[in-house]
Design a protein around this ligand. Sequence first.
Ligand code: NAG
Ligand code: NAG
Ligand code: NAG
Length: 222
Amino acid sequence: MSVYYFSVFVLLPIVSPQDLEEMSSLGPANTLKIGESCLRDYQCIKNAFCRSQRTCMCDPPYTPNIEGTVCHAAAGTNCGPQIEDCSTMSNSECIQGVCACRDNYFLDINNSSNCIIRPSRVDDACQRTDECADALDGALCVNNKCKCYGNFIFVNQTGKCIQAVGIFMPCKHNYQCYEKDKPDGLICTDGECAYKHNGGTSNFPVCFLTGALASSLYFFTN
Ligand SMILES: *[C@@H]1O[C@H](CO)[C@@H](O)[C@H](O)[C@H]1NC(C)=O
Ligand SMILES: *[C@@H]1O[C@H](CO)[C@@H](O)[C@H](O)[C@H]1NC(C)=O
Ligand SMILES: *[C@@H]1O[C@H](CO)[C@@H](O)[C@H](O)[C@H]1NC(C)=O
């Protein structure tokens, strides 16, 4: 829209005294924020125009910050040598003449001037389930964070959500074996998930011994 007004000015042979008077009475150029009332495009901040001669608005596809003081470059803003750069769009670069998210970043669905780093672990930020599924396999986006689904668990060694394998079930790696109430209590031995027996402190013998003690006490006291 500023392009339109610009060409009108260029085509006019002279600027009339009325125009000059109007321009000075409307105040300095590029001072009105987004949402403020205006009459002419030049009054609005950079990369903005006076919509219906009423309020300042960012030129599409620019987006305003919350304060309305800056129009940020956004996905699709033209860029290149001598034209707009993409520096006001976070984590972006100029790709084939338009601003776009850098590799390994995705576009914020709520703000096309913002790119968010792709998730790589559970609890990383996300907006859509496929962002989590692409990075972590068995994962979904829940309340803007990647979470493993169902009985899948996040494995640090592989950086993926894998299906947990329960006690006595076939396994290949220690990290597969998992029980909710004993998160670190299982290992994979002889191709099966088993309880860890670390120095006789595992629950199985303890239960057995206390059981034996209880029953002998029962016999002695009766
Ligand atoms: C959108 O993202 C940009 C870049 O991170 C930020 O400066 C701007 O304030 C955001 N806009 C809103 C409305 O939050
Ligand atoms: C995006 O906006 C929607 C609706 O306004 C909101 O529910 C959601 O939490 C926002 N997402 C992020 C990542 O801020
Ligand atoms: C998980 O893996 C990351 C990188 O692969 C490593 O830096 C970190 O120390 C690991 N954490 C645990 C608890 O093993």
